[in-house]
Design a protein around this ligand. Structure first.
Ligand SMILES: NC(=O)c1ccc[n+]([C@@H]2O[C@H](COP(=O)([O-])OP(=O)(O)OC[C@H]3O[C@@H](n4cnc5c(N)ncnc54)[C@H](O)[C@@H]3O)[C@@H](O)[C@H]2O)c1
Length: 336
């Protein structure tokens, strides 16, 4: 079996990565404890329930499938929660990763693609952000990811354990065929929150309208989840072809403001929506945009979805999900 173990494969980005891997002829083996994932998202290969911190279970799964490589996306992702519960984040994201790497090395697997984040850069000194920008995360979530990056760099030199580190900017959109999509509880990301506001006729909170940007709201780099998934597939191909360890930004290189997202959701949904203007939140940089030249050069990768198709695929997915989501007045309404 041409298996790739996808740890965290029942989540948003993991499930799209499994779809991409299966299209390339790999069998994605999903390993997930379902703390935030969905069993029904594991559609393209076997599902194995397990925690990334459970060494015994990992050993069992690795010895029964003998995958050729690993994609590691498992972890906790809510930045605000990481400030309140840092230990949970270091336990899941950091201790989980070292347990996985030790199990992989014992099973003689030496190729891994790791989900990192632009949050490892902290408040950027210049934008667009290149991979050699100083990494100075400002919350436990970003710190846990940076520590894992540092461990992977050590393993590369000392143990010949090669990795492709992918620093995603803002993942967004859904499978254009609507089979899978973004499903976080609670949701903290702008596009699904904007769509939820339209669907539930409740006000979307905009945090900060006086930033030094073109319309005063924050600017982010929204990249389609299928473009991110494609980079994982290419990351595996890169390692299989003997490519060196590398850390790459995954973004479009184009910034979109919060107001522009709201306008695009209005246009695509054809519906009006309410907004509530709120003060800035601590720790939100005005602008986060990727320099993606290194990912393009290393993987021959290009982002292929524009903002319109990101919002359209997200809208279609959330319309499909609307009956399953709880959109009461207590629904989360924060932007990260
Ligand atoms: N969504 C984004 O915009 C974004 C941006 C940058 C980086 N990332 C990173 O990408 C990865 C995937 O993000 P996502 O948006 O798909 O999140 P997600 O929550 O949908 O997926 C994470 C998956 O990991 C699983 N998981 C969590 N802890 C686990 C554990 N201890 N053992 C086994 N499985 C566990 C969850 O059940 C879930 O299925 C994360 O590592 C995240 O930090 C995401």
């Amino acid at each position: 079996m041409n298996g790739v173990l996808v740890v965290g494969g029942a989540g948003y980005i993991g499930s799209h990565t499994c779809l991409n891997l299966s299209q390339r002829g790999f069998t994605p083996i999903v390993y997930d404890n379902l703390v935030n994932g969905h069993r029904e998202f594991a559609k393209w290969g076997p599902f194995e329930f397990g925690d990334v911190r459970d060494r015994e279970r990992l050993d069992q799964v690795l010895s029964s499938y003998k995958p050729i490589a690993i994609v590691h996306l498992a972890g906790l992702i809510d930045v605000g929660l990481s400030v309140k519960k840092p230990i949970d984040f270091f336990d899941s994201n950091l201790a989980g990763s070292t347990t996985l790497f030790a199990a992989a090395m014992q099973a003689r697997i030496d190729k891994l693609v790791f989900s990192s984040t632009c949050a490892t850069y902290g408040i950027p000194l210049q934008v667009p952000i290149r991979e050699d920008h100083p990494q100075s995360p400002i919350n436990p979530y970003g710190k846990s990811k940076l520590m894992v990056e540092q461990i992977l760099k050590e393993l590369q030199f000392r143990n010949d354990f090669r990795s492709v580190i992918l620093r995603y900017f803002n993942a967004a959109g859904a499978d254009p065929q609507g089979r899978i999509g973004e499903w976080h509880t609670p949701e903290t990301h702008l596009i699904p929150l904007t769509i939820a506001s339209v669907q539930s006729n409740s006000a979307l909170k905009i945090f900060g309208t006086d930033y030094p940007t073109r319309d005063g709201t924050c600017i982010r780099d929204f990249i389609h989840v299928c473009d991110i998934a494609e980079a994982h597939g290419r990351g595996i191909d890169h390692l299989m072809a003997g490519g060196e360890s590398v850390a790459l930004n995954l973004g479009t290189g184009r910034g979109t403001s919060v107001s522009e997202i709201i306008e695009a959701v209005r246009r695509i949904s054809g519906k009006e929506m309410k907004v509530e203007l709120c003060p800035r939140r601590e720790g939100d940089p005005p602008e986060l945009v990727a320099d993606n030249a290194l990912a393009k050069a290393t993987l021959g990768w290009r982002p292929t979805f524009d903002l319109e198709s990101i919002i359209e695929s997200a809208w279609n997915w959330h319309q499909k999900m609307v009956s399953r989501l709880s959109l009461g007045p207590e629904a989360p309404n924060e932007l990260t």
